[in-house]
Design a protein around this ligand. Structure first.
Ligand SMILES: NC(=O)C1=CN([C@@H]2O[C@H](COP(=O)(O)OP(=O)(O)OC[C@H]3O[C@@H](n4cnc5c(N)ncnc54)[C@H](OP(=O)(O)O)[C@@H]3O)[C@@H](O)[C@H]2O)C=CC1
Ligand SMILES: O=C(O)C(=O)C(=O)[C@H](O)[C@@H](O)CO
Length: 332
């Protein structure tokens, strides 16, 4: 079905108000979920809303909590999210990193005791829209086997790098070849994965999303490389926030809460003039996209460059929402 931004936002807000979330908080949170969906990241917008409400209902998320600053080392600050709403707090932390970067050239906020932030790309994009390079990542509950293992012991720990420009270039990627959200999107669409996404129960590589969702034998992106990167991202977030690691979240908590996140903003405009910046970026983009194509009908594309078109299409045609997901949300 096709729904408007307003219909989505109103329904998300209804569900939150019904759970006694303060109206202003409910409105802002509902708007972020609707914006993520309108941007075309259905996996961590509308599709993820039921799971978010489940965690709200089970007390993992404290909707009245507000993040507090623990310490400051000039360009680096350590904050405690106090189990507040994940996407709202993440937005505030990237704003704080941007403010630090405007003073110091670079700003880093390390956040502990956080909740799932939904679409990590929202926060990289937020920085890039203001002219800063945005880099952020989160750890998670153990949902991926390290390379060489069958058992989940590392997180999908998505890493986001966003570069200001026209358009913004942004990589927003899980450390798994596919996020669980994207496995669900492909399963709901009745699609096989375009490349192997994990191992089946016999240890063979598979492109069946449902099999991987069930057995959690998801493939790290780049095999041992994604596995290693997931581990070091977890270590940095844990150390700088003095927060919980994937191991601690998984072994000490009843579900995925109390996670650790990093938000970095880096100044660009005072290091290179706008015209030179744009010329250099354009040269990179043209050099990459004019490479001889593997498939003549498939353009080489840069990450993040689809969002402008997707947003315009969703605003014009309405937002495609899976019927079964919408039914679940209306029943909340
Ligand atoms: N715990 C958490 O918070 C987690 C959150 N997530 C979120 O889930 C969402 C989806 O993650 P993931 O499944 O890794 O996303 P995808 O695999 O869809 O995309 C990952 C990255 O690869 C780029 N990309 C994909 N296909 C191509 C292509 N053909 N050519 C060039 N670039 C391409 C994407 O660019 P583009 O965007 O332009 O398609 C994106 O930057 C993200 O928002 C992520 O933050 C994921 C895991 C855990
Ligand atoms: O992969 C995802 O999608 C995703 O958001 C996660 O990995 C979460 O951290 C975890 O809750 C599994 O959904």
């Amino acid at each position: 079905m096709k729904l408007s931004f307003e219909t989505l936002q109103k329904e998300f807000k209804r569900v939150l108000i019904a759970r006694h979330v303060k109206p202003d908080v409910a409105d802002e949170c509902a708007t972020m979920f609707a914006q993520t969906t309108e941007s075309g990241v259905y996996s961590h917008g509308v599709n993820r809303f039921p799971r978010f409400i489940q965690q709200l209902d089970q007390g993992d998320i404290h909707p009245d909590a507000v993040a507090k600053k623990i310490l400051s080392l000039g360009a680096i600050e350590q904050w405690d999210a106090q189990r507040s709403i994940g996407n709202l707090t993440a937005k505030k932390m990237m704003d704080r990193a941007i403010s630090l970067a405007s003073d110091h050239g670079i700003g880093l906020v390390a956040l502990r005791n956080a909740n799932h932030w939904m679409r990590g790309g929202s926060y990289g994009w937020q920085a890039a829209e203001k002219g800063y390079i945005g880099i952020c990542w989160t750890n998670s509950i153990a949902v991926m086997p390290p390379w060489g293992a069958k058992e989940c012991r590392i997180g999908t720990n998505p890493l986001i790098v966003a570069i200001p420009g026209s358009p913004i270039t942004m990589v927003d990627m899980s450390m798994s070849m596919f996020s669980y959200g994207m496995l669900e999107v492909n399963r709901l669409a009745g699609r096989e994965l375009p490349v192997d996404g994990g191992f089946d129960d016999n240890g063979q590589l598979t492109r069946e999303p449902g099999v991987i969702e069930k057995n959690r034998r998801i493939l790290p992106m780049g095999y041992w490389k994604g596995s290693g990167l997931s581990i070091v991202l977890d270590m940095i977030a844990t150390l700088l926030s003095d927060g919980a690691s994937v191991a601690e979240v998984t072994e000490d908590n009843s579900d995925e809460y109390g996670i650790s996140q990093i938000f970095i903003a880096i100044e660009v405009d005072r290091l290179i003039d706008g015209a030179t910046r744009d010329t250099k970026l354009r040269r990179i983009m043209d050099y990459v996209t004019t490479a001889e194509r593997n498939n003549p009908d498939e353009a080489v594309r840069l990450p993040g460059h689809e969002f402008t078109r997707l947003l315009a299409e969703n605003r014009h045609n309405g937002i495609t929402v899976d019927d079964s997901v919408w039914a679940k949300i209306q029943a909340l």
